[in-house]
Design a protein around this ligand. Structure first.
Ligand code: SF4
Length: 273
């Protein structure tokens, strides 16, 4: 199937935390459409340009990358750096939460997750549920019909291929129905304590603006980040970038004035300090 790729810009004035200021999406894709609708508030979708956001970036060198993370470490001291490996049940629940979170706000994912786990929280028990019951439970997370199908397929796959356990490597995770690179990396980092920076919309935005990594989408940015800053990969670095992206380098109106990374940042549209 051929698809049309454009760049969309969220115009909502109330979307400082939306995190999807500019995304490469398939305009015919129901996922993308639903996301924009869910973010509501009368937003408009307008094609902007066909330029990749990654193209103009002059990437940071290794010394600058070290300096960047050193500053973030000082500015955003980690509250929790302990690495814990989750047991199978907890890991499975995290995996399901990740699947449900696609194109969903955190609060809606939490509602869907709670409703589903009130019914069942193991692969075999979820597989035994009626699809209508699953869809009704996870409805708050949106795209509930597709997610119900993926959830059923995921549970069947885990039982058939992994005796009901969640695989603990990226390749195994990415073979699971409904699980992409971002979810796989979140699982590796937060459930299995592996040195990975899971790239979400905030880290994708920040990394490309600053020049830390290059990527037209989260998966490409994740690969670039892994290649360029692997020695910084880890839960703490993930949290530094995430907190910086939410507090300073926001999707709309980044706080460039006074930004602690202003002298390093390669973002061509950054405001003067
Ligand atoms: S200078 Fe602006 S665009 Fe660059 S990292 Fe800081 S807030 Fe983000």
């Amino acid at each position: 199937m051929s698809v049309e790729i454009v760049f969309l810009r969220c115009r909502s004035a109330s979307h400082d935390d939306c995190g999807v200021i500019e995304s490469q999406v398939d305009v015919a894709c129901a996922l993308a459409r639903t996301h924009w609708v869910e973010h509501g508030h009368g937003i408009m979708m307008t094609p902007t340009s066909s330029r990749s956001p990654a193209e103009p970036i002059d990437l940071l060198d290794h010394a600058e990358i070290d300096e960047l993370f050193s500053r973030l470490r000082t500015a955003f001291p980690s509250k929790r750096n302990d690495i814990t490996v989750k047991d199978d049940l907890v890991a499975f629940r995290s995996l399901v939460a990740c699947l449900l979170s696609a194109q969903s706000l955190d609060r809606n994912t939490a509602k869907a997750k709670a409703a589903l786990f009130a019914l069942a929280d193991t692969p075999s028990d979820i597989l035994a549920l009626d699809e209508t019951a699953i869809a009704a439970a996870i409805r708050p997370a949106g795209l509930y019909n597709m997610k119900t199908r993926n959830l059923k397929r995921l549970c069947a796959f885990l039982i058939d291929e992994h005796d009901g356990s969640v695989p603990r490597d990226r390749a195994g995770l990415m073979r699971l129905p409904g699980i992409g690179r971002k979810c796989a990396d979140i699982m590796l980092s937060f459930s299995f304590g592996q040195p990975v920076i899971a790239v979400d919309t905030h880290i994708h935005r920040v990394a490309n603006r600053i020049g830390l990594a290059r990527g037209r989408n989260e998966a490409e940015t994740a690969k670039s980040l892994e290649a360029r800053a692997s020695h910084w990969a880890g839960r703490a670095s993930h949290m530094w970038l995430l907190r910086f992206g939410k507090a300073v380098c926001r999707a709309r109106s980044p706080k460039c004035s006074g930004c602690l990374l202003h002298d390093l940042c390669r973002y061509e549209l950054k405001a003067t300090p």
